[in-house]
Design a protein around this ligand. Sequence first.
Ligand code: C5P
Length: 401
Amino acid sequence: MVQLDTAPWAERRVVLGVGGGIAAYRAAETARLLIHQGINVHVVMTAAAQQFVTPLTFEALTGNPVHHQTFAGGDRTMTHISLVRQADLLLVAPCTANLMAKFNHGIADDLLTTMYAAKADIPVLLAPAMNPAMWQHAATQRNQQQLQNDGVQIVAPQEGSTACGEHGVGRMASPEALLFAVQAALTPSILHGQHWVINAGPTAEPWDAVRVLTNRASGQLGCLMAEQAVRLGAQVTLIAGPGVRACHPSIQRINSDDAASMLQACIAAAAGCDVFVATAAVSDYRFAEQHSHKLKRQGADSVDIRLLNNPDIVAHIATMAARPGRVIAFAAESEAHCTHARSKLEKKAVDAIIANDVSHMGVDSASGWWLTRNHAEVIPAGDKSTFSLCIISHILELNCD
Ligand code: C5P
C-alpha cells in the first residue's frame, strides 16, 4: 500500500517571525498550535513586536530561545544565517506592511529581514495583518503580488473589525488557518493536479414546512478526507448535507439539503473528476407527499405516511457518461459487514467500498474493511483523521493499477 505519513510536519523546524502588530498576541496561539503538532518552533521577533508581546511568552511556549538581534553578543555562529538555513519553513505572522515592503526590496536591517534575505529555498508563508486601508494601498498590493511571483505564499488576511476600529480586509488569518497552511506546505503534494469530489453528512427530506426525515451522520469523515486531500495538493469540492461543519476555505463547498439536490450538485461537480468519494449518509427514502405549510396534529391515533425510494447518488455517478476516474462508496452495516458491502460494490458499480459499523456514525473513531473486486483488507481502528488518510492511501493504490 502507498504509505502516507499521518504527520509529515512532525519534528520539522519552523522559524516563526513575529512582526509588530496587535495580532502578535495571536502569534503566541499559533506557536502553541504548531508545538502541539510536534513542530519545532524557533521565534524571531522584530523590535516593534516586542512592544506587543514579550520574548518570554514565546520562550515559555516553544522551549527555545527567542531571537531578535542580528549581532547578538559573542554570536559567532551568525544566527541570521544558521537559524534560517536549518529551518524547513519560514512563517511570518503577523506580517506588517513594513515587513512586506522590506522583504520585497531586499532590505535587511534587522534579524528577521536579514533572515528572509539569507534563507535557502524553503517555503515562506506570510500572514499579513494591518489596517484595511494599508492592506488596500497600491504599494502593499504591489509588494504582495511581487512576493507571490517570487514564490512566497500569502495566507490571505480576513475581513472583519480591526483593532483600530475600522472594518474591512486586514485581520490576520486565524491561528488554525496558519497551522493548516504550515501543515500543507510541509506535506508532499502527491495529489497535485487532481480534482477530488466528496459528499458528506446527512440529507434532510422535507415532509412539511418544518419537519424533515434525516439521520445522525455528522459529515466529519468526509470533511477530514477533504482536508487531507487538500493538504496533499488536490483541488477538492465538498458537497455538504445540512449541518456539516465548516471546512478549510480552500475547499470548494456546495451545500445541499435533500437527496435530489445532492444528486444534482454531485453530477455537476463530479463529471470528469479524478476521484469521487461518497461518504454521505443519503436518505434511502423521501416523502411521497410534501407540504409547503406546517401540518396540524390530526385527531386520529396514527398517521400513514408513504415513502418513495430516493435515487442512489453513488450508483448514478459510477454509471454516468463522464464517470470520474475512481468512484468509492461506503457501507455502514450492523451485521455481515463484508458480505453486504461486497454486494453493494457490485450493485453500485463502484471501484471500492469501505465497510464499517453503523456505531461509528457521529463518533470520533472508526475502523472497517477496504474491499475491491479482488481484494479485502482491514482498516485498523483509529481516529477518523488517521482512518481517512488510510482510505486515501488505498485509493492511491487503486490509481496505480
Ligand atoms: O445502500 P447504502 O445506503 O448502504 O449504500 C451506502 C453508500 O451508497 C454510501 O457511499 C452512500 O453515500 C451511497 N448512497 C448514495 N445514494 C443513496 C444511498 C446511498 O449515494 N440514495
